[in-house]
Ligand binder design. Sequence first.
Ligand code: ARG
Length: 433
Amino acid sequence: MADYIWKKDSAGEVDERVMRFLAGDDVILDRELLPFDIRASQAHASGLARIGVLSDAQADSMVAALNELQQAFDAGEFVLDQRYEDGHSAIEAWLTERLGDIGGRIHAGRSRNDQVAVAIRLYLRDRLARLSTVCQQIAHVALDRAKSEAMVPLPGHTHLQQAMPSSLGLWWAGHAEAFIDNADLARQTADWLDASPLGTASGFGVNLPLDRDGVAEALGFSRLVVNPQYAQNSRGKIELRAVDALAAATGDLRRLAWDLSLYASAEFDFLKIGSTYCTGSSIMPNKHNPDAVELLRSLHATIVGARAELESVLSLPSGYQRDLQDTKPPLIRAFRRGLVGLELVPGLLNSVSWNETRLREAIAPALHATDRANELVGQGQPFRQAYRQAAAELDELADRSPEDSLEARVSPGGCANLLLERLRERLDALSTR
Ligand code: ARG
């Protein structure tokens, strides 16, 4: 372990067992945060030069040394490991090794408390953008398929009982709209937390005229977290909202995966899932299992479990508490696994092939009863009377066709009027924002 940055002459003995416990998996988790910490450190150095705490040459040499650190990190030549207490110490150690005493000047006007807070906000902005993008990609595939398979009949279920003729168009567009909402929520959440806590130091401000606005602007933030206390008190709170946005997507994915696994069973036999997303059984030679679909269904459990863990840490008084470090493992675990899973979904959806003959056959005549009742309403009957008549004459529905039923479903959003262009417009507006 390199010497602790907080070590001073008056500090007592360091017990490595205690230190290891305090560090937890911090250096491993900080590998995800390091690039953001480096960028923020560069902006901070330039900000210090603007107020004369560093000379321009000193700030420039720090920015250059930090670029080298990023390159060495990307190339695997610099490994963030147990030699360091955390990513923040590693940055300072790197600068001091290269620049001597000048390196130690990076920490003027900041604390690890605002350093980790800014790194997390930059990380969340990045991951929420990725979340929004993948939700848009899923929505695109679903919308394209809704258009090309719009009028293919599909039995509609409520209570898992056959209900009315539906269509692949309606099913796909329903999942598309869900992921448009999720992409939108990810964007809104990123906007909501787009504020810089850097320059709040340990949570009380500092006796230097820091150029906080200039630093925030250099990092692309749209505003400041103004209050230093709130810069710390909002730790965990912003993580929760970000995980909620992720959970909105994985929750909808769970339902989509349920549909796929149900429809893929021999009893339904509505669709086949591409073989890349399936595995075989170690004992049953006949098996072709939709494992990817199932693990995408359980992905939501990882996210809500992380959410619960995160929330439980936040029973805290005002200001920085070391407990906050324990918000990092669930946050990083949730986004790592969540995004990797979601990024498989566009390909998975493209791999689905439908058994159209079977879909059509699965629509029993009785599914036309609601159409029949509405037709009688059109002929002037009160609905309740029409309902009873249709129920009494189910056997008269035998030669109705699902296609006719779909063609007549003209209500806005219904099978014959899916309003896909409205969904497309919303989706396109998200990608240009
Ligand atoms: N690993 C710490 C965290 O995530 C970094 C901040 C440490 N601050 C401190 N005062 N010990 O919270």
